[in-house]
Design a binder for this molecule. Structure first.
Ligand code: 4NP
Length: 147
């Protein structure tokens, strides 16, 4: 199973989703691949935002080695699922899809809600962390059981 987590900058939300999904994968003894990308290209090659690094570190997850990459069309075929953090991300990713197979891989990470962008609000990193952690734990079970 290959999973890609996508947000706008690939420095706040999707690095947390990447790190927390990797942790859930490890705890479930699975050999799945997870990575992350951003629909924007401003932060290519940068580590995650220090606030995401800090909240993850506080809960024992090290995301400091991650580096931002830009979501491009070629990534569709490299992954089974592309989980997007909000509706704008979904629109931006879907705009690049060239067929129904690619379109069908794109899902909102939180099913019927969005992960709010914490970039402009320091106080949002903690709730975003917990929101993402809870969903990653669910998601591993759902994907493992083909739900
Ligand atoms: P992210 O947050 O999409 O969760 O990584 C953002 C990071 C950077 C910017 C916007 C959102 N930015 O405009 O640079």
């Amino acid at each position: 199973m290959k999973i890609l987590m996508v947000c706008l900058g690939n420095i706040c939300r999707s690095p947390l989703a990447h790190g927390l999904m990797q942790d859930a994968i490890n705890k479930n003894g699975l050999d799945w691949i997870v990575d992350s990308a951003g629909t924007g290209d401003w932060h290519i090659g940068n580590p995650p935002d220090r606030r995401s690094v800090a909240v993850a570190k506080h809960y024992g997850i090290d995301i400091s080695e991650q580096r931002a990459q830009h979501f491009t069309q070629e990534l569709f075929d490299a992954y089974d699922y592309i989980f997007v953090m909000d509706k704008q991300n979904k629109e931006d990713v879907l705009r690049l899809a060239t067929d129904d197979d690619q379109r069908s891989k794109v899902k909102l990470f939180l099913l019927d809600d969005i992960v709010p962008d914490p970039y402009f609000d320091d106080n949002m990193f903690e709730p975003v962390f917990h929101m993402v952690k809870e969903r990653c734990e669910q998601l591993v079970v759902e994907l493992k059981n083909n739900i």
